[in-house]
Design a binder for this molecule. Structure first.
Ligand SMILES: [Zn+2]
Length: 267
């Protein structure tokens, strides 16, 4: 209980605190990081559901993906580049076409997503979108709406290990609001406009998903990232606002990336 009191105090004192999109949030960036660390630990402790490719065993794969991440993080449109973790991990499962980012910036990409995208620019856009959820602090907001303030504060106090284990994993399946989705798309375009990637290439990913929606795989991303209205058109509009940059050719680089994935992915 000891730690809950200052948080209740914070609720009263900082009642006007808002996240970027105007949603109410009482958590500090440090608390986002605390929650993210706990979720990352829960993921590490559950290799059956989250078989992480060890960075030490796949140094070239990680170097490549971290290169994409670092180009995005160099954008001046981030608010928490220096506050959050931005650790990237690959989950070995070719049947899941998804990626997620915890509060505090722990990024996870499934091998299935890397195999599903058609270009490195598309992948960079999705990673940018996940980074935006972390940087704009959509996760804590969503957790509070879904589980209630008391539960999230309980997680922050770290006193209830059971709660974290049951809930910590479920939190990864949190569904963002369409407004948060649109904002993450907007910021992905902003970040990528500061790189040599095509900032709107990831719109193609959503177009394909909608078209191929009948099969299970493509829809996984939409289960946690619901489509905002006119998503593709809005990504295009953001792209025009940011200067309509085309990006460089990354075909060779993308082929190399795919070749670095393990041959015999197990799931
Ligand atoms: Zn999203």
């Amino acid at each position: 209980m000891k730690k809950i009191l200052p948080l209740v105090f914070a609720l009263v004192t900082f009642a006007s605190c808002q996240s970027r999109d105007g949603d109410f949030t009482i958590f500090s960036p440090e608390e986002d990081l605390t929650l993210g660390k706990q979720m990352a630990a829960a993921i590490d402790a559950d290799p059956e559901n989250y078989p992480i490719l060890e960075p030490a065993k796949h140094p070239e794969l990680y170097k490549h993906l971290e290169g994409i991440r670092d180009k995005i993080l160099a954008s001046d449109d981030l608010f928490h580049r220096d506050d959050f973790s931005w650790q990237l991990r690959v989950i070995e499962n070719d049947t899941i076409y998804n990626a997620f980012c915890t509060p505090g910036g722990y990024i996870y990409v499934y091998t299935g997503l890397i195999r599903y995208v058609e270009s490195e620019d598309e992948l960079a856009g999705i990673i940018g979108h996940e980074i935006a959820h972390g940087d704009l602090r959509h996760g804590t907001d969503q957790m509070t709406k879904t589980y209630g303030l008391k539960v999230v504060m309980g997680l922050l106090t770290g006193t209830d290990g059971e709660l974290l284990t049951t809930l910590g994993i479920n939190l990864l399946g949190l569904k963002f609001s369409r407004a948060d989705e649109e904002e993450a798309d907007e910021y992905a375009v902003k970040y990528l406009s500061d790189t040599d990637y095509n900032p709107k290439a990831f719109a193609g990913f959503f177009e394909r998903m909608e078209k191929e929606g009948g099969s299970m795989g493509p829809l996984q991303f939409l289960s946690t990232h619901p489509n905002p209205e006119n998503r593709v058109k809005k990504i295009n509009d953001f792209w025009v606002l940011e200067g309509s940059k085309e990006g460089a050719d990354h075909q060779k680089s993308f082929k190399q990336l795919v070749s670095l994935l393990p041959d015999n992915t197990t799931f």
